[in-house]
Design a protein around this ligand. Structure first.
Ligand code: SF4
Ligand code: SF4
Length: 434
């Protein structure tokens, strides 16, 4: 796949600007009707999904060149997929996300990637993680847990912590707690510890295809060697890489892939996990882009006229993971879920994705604050999500706004309500009076 292969998609853009808005039949009010952080923040057409396609088309036609200014706009985008999901409501023959990914590959090919991303890639090559942390510390989060070492032992389930959960001290209780819940349910869990590497998804999204390929091969051989039947990850980015990017790269993991929210839901269904403690909390749930629309499985490269493509092969964002986290929330006694205006495949992004957090933290923070304002408008006590990047940018946004809103990782709520509360959240400390 190259940018030129997507010429018909780019030529097909009717400049209707629907990619800038939540589809009209889903709009509940003007304040939260926009869907694209990039065009909303920078307010110039080039920043929208359509604008980026027009730049790509101009390059394919040879009318303009990729330069620093163009690359800057290409990377002012969280790769959240909201533009694609909205465009598909009207134009299901255009694959906008594919164009955005190819533009980034072109930037790397032509030496126009962001300096911050180059630094991240240097760190990735050195220590196999996107945070620049030492490789040998990667497994420290799991110290003392009775898990198998998949480097030397087999395991039924391989747990891939992902870069952020492996290193972020604020998320250590969450990732340990997720594994504890699985172990207490009798699951045979293994981890790779310090041998675990990045999934490569971030490298692919930034345009570094060769590196992404290597990490995918590494992941696949690790799963093959330990014979795991299921891979479970708490990382939304990793989940999207396994379900969408790997097959797109022509790579297939030899096992079922589940996000931790799906796995916990399965344990509840099998009556191996029960929530018994009351958690008196009104929460609203944020759909992480990479667990939602961006994790919709890859459906292949349709080479003919996309107007003739069967509906089941169109990625419209509907087949992401939306129900499992909501079912877990609803299973917890005392918790009440109130929804924000932009949800499921039309959710507003947290701001951290697509390399924006690294290259433009101010834009990432602005995007997160917008979501926090939407969460506050529901009157909820807490904003719950299930992606490590979302959690950390939301916590910062709440601090910056001075907002009275708690931010929880979904697993924290599960741990709080599990038979034996595991980590003791200060539930109620951030609640509004009502
Ligand atoms: S919604 Fe689709 S067709 Fe309309 S302007 Fe956006 S990209 Fe173009
Ligand atoms: S992927 Fe998200 S941020 Fe990027 S252009 Fe589309 S809607 Fe905007």
């Amino acid at each position: 796949m190259t940018l030129a292969n997507l010429q018909r998609d780019m030529e097909g853009c009717s400049r209707c600007s629907s990619c800038k808005w939540v589809p009209f039949n889903q709009v509940k009010g003007l304040r939260f009707a926009k869907n694209c952080p990039s065009i909303t923040r920078y307010n110039f057409h080039a920043y929208s999904g359509s604008g980026k396609m027009l730049m790509g088309l101009s390059m394919v036609h040879g009318r303009s060149e990729l330069n620093e200014a163009v690359a800057e706009i290409i990377y002012k985008c969280q790769l959240c997929g909201a533009c694609d999901a909205a465009c598909k409501v009207f134009r299901d023959d255009i694959d906008l996300t594919e164009v955005l990914l190819e533009l980034r590959a072109q930037c790397v090919e032509q030496g126009e990637s962001m300096i911050e991303h180059m630094a991240m890639m240097d760190g990735l090559k050195k220590d196999d993680n996107t945070l620049g942390e030492p490789k040998e510390k990667r497994g420290e989060w799991a110290e003392g847990l009775a898990v198998q070492d998949v480097n030397t032992q087999s395991a039924e389930v391989i747990f891939h912590a992902g870069c952020r959960y492996s290193y972020d001290p604020d998320l250590r209780d969450v990732v340990r707690g997720a594994v504890k819940l699985m172990l207490e349910a009798g699951v045979d869990v293994g981890i790779a510890g310090k041998a675990e590497s990045c999934c490569g998804g971030k490298a692919y999204e930034l345009g570094y295809r060769g590196e992404a390929d290597n990490y995918a091969d590494d992941m696949i051989s690790r799963v093959k060697n330990c014979g795991a039947k299921t891979l479970v990850t708490p990382c939304a980015d990793g989940y999207a890489a396994f379900r969408y990017l790997y097959p797109k790269m022509g790579k297939e993991l030899p096992c079922e892939v589940m996000h931790i929210s799906q796995y916990l839901e399965k344990l509840i269904f099998e009556e191996r996990l029960a929530f018994e403690q009351e958690v008196p909390l009104v929460v609203t749930y944020h759909d992480p882009c990479h667990l939602g629309r961006m994790s919709e499985p890859y459906t292949g490269n349709w080479e003919g006229d996309k107007l003739l493509r069967p509906a089941r092969l169109k990625r419209q964002g509907r087949h992401g993971i939306y129900d499992a986290p909501r079912k877990i929330i609803s299973s917890i006694p005392g918790v009440k879920l109130v929804e924000m205006e932009r949800i499921r495949e039309y959710a507003w992004c947290c701001g951290a994705g697509g390399g924006v957090l690294e290259a433009d933290p101010d834009f990432a923070g602005w995007t997160a604050q917008e979501r926090v304002r939407e969460a506050l408008a529901t009157g909820a006590d807490a904003l719950v999500t299930t992606c490590p990047w979302c959690v950390s940018v939301f916590k910062e946004a709440v601090d910056e706004l001075g907002a009275d809103l708690a931010v929880y990782e979904l697993t924290e709520l599960a741990l709080e309500s599990a038979k034996t509360p595991q980590i003791g959240l200060s539930i109620g400390g951030n609640r509004h009076d009502r």
